[in-house]
Ligand binder design. Sequence first.
Ligand SMILES: [Zn+2]
Length: 256
Amino acid sequence: MEKKEIDKIPLIDVHAHLDELSDLSESLQEAKTAGVRGIIAVGMDVESNRKVLQIAEENPGYVYPALGYHPWRIKEEEVEANLSFIREHVREGMALGEIGLDYKIKVKKELQWRVFGEILDIALEFNKPVIVHCRFSHRRAFEMVREKRIERAVFHWYSGPVDLLDKILPMGYFISATPALIYSPPHQEAIRRTPIERILLETDTPVSYQGREARPKDVRVSLEEVAKLKRLEPSLIAMQTTANASELFQIRFREN
Ligand SMILES: [Zn+2]
């Protein structure tokens, strides 16, 4: 397939912190030029959720908002305000995220479990997919999602135990691939183990990979790395992962 034809295949960045960008309009323009047809903008707390909703409103049919409360942002005295904001605006979001568990931070596990559990309840009540962050907490995070009988979930930038994928994937849950595939063996191992029907592409913008801050256009890097690992044509991976994103978020992304 010619490079030009590959550029026509829509790509979706399913995880970007657009609210953190000072060069937002330029980044969105570059993403469009690079063939990115949709971006899921994830929120971290009240302030970031507000911005995410606004960015989505300003970019209809291109940026889709997810409301979240990231474990890094959890403070006991702010939990109620964050949960009420999410409850109030849940209908405006395509998904709930970024949420999850992170055992490498100081926030008490019990508090993280409570917050994560409550947001999973909201997801269940409003039938929203969840975008899950986990670090040293993959088994517990998966168990919580499964026990709540959440139907749609993505375990973002999955670098957890590969044997756990044998439980995650049969549930119909997805994992997402980042540009860290260039250098991260655990992430590579997870992508190798996962069929392309369960893989999504993302950038986690503005995370730095090898010293360079990502932007949504770099979802092409994720695409190319997945294609290399799977020994398949990038165009095939692009079509499949975009179809997967449509399935998870129940969005029909624009053709151009
Ligand atoms: Zn993130």
